[in-house]
Unconditional design. Structure first.
Length: 89
């Protein structure tokens, strides 16, 4: 299976950004969110490298669809991810 990687950014506040790590399945056209990284205003290269390594590790462990399901739109995939994340916090 082949996936297109898509980054979606959201300003969570004046001091925090969110980066949704999303995929589009090239066979089905369906969207998934693998993870969401939180970037504080005081951000460093070491943390960015950690997020990139985590992104690769998660992708190699299981497909994004297995991890979070698949959705017809990117907006729906992000909404489902947020709902699941909020339920766990």
């Amino acid at each position: 299976m082949m996936f297109e990687s898509i980054s979606v950014w959201k300003r969570a506040s004046d001091e925090t950004l969110r980066r949704y790590r999303c995929f589009r399945n090239l066979e089905t056209g369906m969207f998934s969110v693998q993870s969401c990284d939180f970037y504080p205003a005081s951000f460093d290269a070491e943390k960015a490298a950690f997020f990139d390594q985590q992104f690769l590790d998660l992708m190699s462990e299981s497909s994004p669809e297995e991890r979070s399901g698949s959705f017809e739109t990117l907006r729906d995939a992000i909404g489902a991810h947020n709902k699941d994340f909020d339920a766990k916090c």
